[in-house]
Every structure is written in structure tokens, then in C-alpha cells.
Design a protein around this ligand. Sequence first.
Ligand code: URP
Ligand code: ZN
Ligand code: ZN
Length: 489
Amino acid sequence: MTEPAYDLIIRGGRVATATDVFEADIAIAGETVAAVGRGLGPAKRELDAREKLVLPGGVDSHCHIEQLSAAGIMNADSFESATTSAAFGGTTTVISFAAQHVGMHLREVLDDYHALARKGAVIDYAFHMIIADPTRQTLEQDLPALIRQGHGSIKIFMTYDPLKIDDEPLLDILVAAREGGAMLCAHAENHGIISWMVKRLLARGYSDPKYHAISHARFSEAEAFNRLIGMAALVDQPIMIFHVSTAEGAKVIRDARGQGLKVFAETCPQYLFLTADDLDRPGVEGAKWMCSPPPRRGSDQDALWTALSLGDLQTISSDHAPYRFDETGKLRAGPAPNFKQVANGLPGLETRLPLLFDAMVSEGRLGLEKFVELTSTAPAKIYNLHPRKGSIAVGADADIAIWDPKRRVTIADDAMHDRAGYTPYAGRTVRGWPITVLSRGRVIVDDGKLLASPGSGRFLARSGGEAAKPTGRLVADMNPETNFGAKLL
Ligand code: URP
Ligand code: ZN
Ligand code: ZN
């Protein structure tokens, strides 16, 4: 008897990519998709996908895993727990951070995060390198080598006291990113405005979690976006602006893209499904909903959905940053902290796709192809993981989530697989849930059971790729005759 040609066939499902929805079988040989068609076979094993949707696994391009916060608090997840929760939520690739703090050697930081991920990850992963200490050693020695070794993106903070990068070093980092061909990602908020607001609020006795939202004045976002975009244009470096939360912020990005600048941007479920009112709960309870930037207003949610539909924002990531609601996390300063003492961040790796599927597919807002694009294909393309990740195509890694579009699930704290101990979305009922998840052809989640072992995820080395390439136009120079900007690079 001859051996079957394929290891696995996913039979009879409705397959969706960022551009098409069609009925097909997916045949997998080894770790990759070998064929997409009808009546494929035979295979050693089959999964029945009739009445189901067969989607590329999610790519979550912004999540904090085993990372120390700005205030020195270790977040609640290990690579094992975070990537397990990602897998249960239909995500098969994460880009998390290797976070330098002041005084640390970037190379050692990378070594440490690699060791943690190698030990624990159950899905594939890549790293953005956070630069908090842009010394000559970091920018001239370590960074270029680390980019060449497959870390094609850098992240900086424009706020958070020990981590923030001021304008002048930021220009140095933008140039270093340009020289290495890496994407520059940023948490962009005006530090001075926030810190002034915090001091004034606390001095006047406004210390509950809801004042966190007020301290991050809306304008602090648009101002920092404008400044960052101006600096990036000055040196012609592509940028990715993280977690856009306001209508004004989205407009700044739309205008910049309209001028031909290479500006990419993301938002997150917390800015589409939560508002500042969620922080306004009795006592310190609202701390569970505290993240930066904070959730805003219903009108901002509408503006962000519009920006997603128009392509002004290209991706939706989780910004998973889990802290337990106890003395190890949110309440580390005691049971009644002021808002400034509470670690910023929400868990969200597992709920990102189900919340968005419910809104976009079940409720029909923007539709299935756009759901796949925003949550899988676009992040894979922007961070140069495509075509290996982010689609279902012959030759791509067989990272696939089979969704039951009819399954109703009420999100609950104790159903989550991360270690935050709560979810900001508890009590919401969503329609549509990923029931079987494959990573490189292996079934890693099946009907509520984890089948992958820690350490089975792999590092995805990548260069900055197409998205990170300069435009070749020094737009801020404004004078093609002198082109003086080019002389300074
Ligand atoms: O509140 C958040 N988002 N915490 C994680 C760190 C960051 O700002 O991205
Ligand atoms: Zn951030
Ligand atoms: Zn973040």
C-alpha cells in the first residue's frame, strides 16, 4: 500500500483569507500547507470542518510577556502561560518584547528573552527590541548585529519615567533603525502633559483609578504622534504607532499617510470595546481596566472603526500586559493605591480574536476578510513574517484556526488560560469561537484541550522587510534642490 500523500486534511470548511472566502479542503504535509482544493486526499488524518470557518491563525504583534514594567513589576505571564492563552484564542504567532532597561546591555537582554521563550513558548514568536538606554554601544554595536540576527523591529516609549526617550536620542534611534532596515514602533504620548496632570490630580486628592484616564489628556496622544511623525519624516524612517486610542490620534495618522509618509498604526480591543467609564468602579476595582493610553469614549470607538475600515489603521493587536489584581501586580503598593501606583496593562491575548470575530463577523462590522486582514495578514506583512505567516496558501506554515461561527461563549475569568486571574471582558457573550488550532501542522488546541508542549514554539528570525524601507524622499527637507537632510544622515 502506498503512503498517503498528506499528513492531515482539514475537510469541507469555508476557508477565509484577507481577500477571499471559499469552500475548500486544506492538505498539510509536514509543517506547511501542501494543497488547497476540493476532494483532496488521502491523508493520514482528517479533521471535519463542515459548517466551520478555516482561518489563518492570528498574529498578535504587540504583547508583553515575562516583561518588567516601567516601575519594575514583573508581569503575570510566563511564555508558557501567555502563548497557551494565545493559542486558546486562535492566535498562532506572537511578537513580544525584549525590553532593555537603563544600564542593561541589549545583547544580554535578547539572550535572556530568547532563553525564556525557548523554554516556554507553545507557538511561534518574534521580538521587538525595546531601547531604553541608547548608548553608543547599544546603537552602534549591539543593535545593528541584533537586527541582522533576525530582530527586524525596535520599540521606544515616549512616556514612562525610567524608559522614555526624549526627542534628540529618538532621532538617533530613528537613524539607527534606518541604517539597519528595521521598523520603529512607538508608544507615543506626551510625557510632560501626563506627568503634570498626574501631579495636579494627586495634589488635589483625585486618586481613584478613573483619574488615570483623565491624567492621559486626549491631546497628549495627538501631540506625540505629530512630533514622532515629524522626526521620522526628517530622517525618512518608517514607523508603527502603537495603540491608537483617540479620534484625534487617528486623524493625525490619516493626514500623515495622505502626505505620503510611511506611517503605520494599530489599535487594540480595549479601545474598541471599553471606555473610560469602565475605570469608574467602587474603590480600587477600576484598576483592573487601567492601561495606557486609557480607554476613551464611544465616539472614539466609532472613529477607530472608521479608521480601520479606511486603512488608516492597519492592525489590531492585544497589547497583552497582564498584572494580577493582588499584591504581586496591580495592588503592589497596597490595597488602596493611588492611580499612579497601579501597574498599567490588561490581559488580552486570548480574547482579542473572539471579541473581534463577534463584532466583525457575527455582527457584520467590516466582515470576515477584513477580520483576517487586521488580525493576521496585515501584521504578518508589516513585520515581514508573510507569506510564511498570516495566510492560508500553498507553502505557508500550516498555522490555522478552525472556528465554530455559531458557538456562543460567555467570557469568564476562570476560563482564561493566562495568569492575570481576571479578564476585563468577563460577562460578555460572543458568538464564534476557535475550537481547533494548528501550529505548523500540529494540532495544539482541540476542543478545550492543550496538546502542545512548552518549548515547541520557534523563533521567527526576520529582517525589517518592505514596510521598514525608507521612501527615498526626505519629505521634511521640503527642498529637493538642497536636500540638506540627506547630508546629515
Ligand atoms: O498599559 C499598557 N499598555 N501597558 C503595557 C506597556 C505599554 O504601554 O504598552
Ligand atoms: Zn504602550
Ligand atoms: Zn504595550
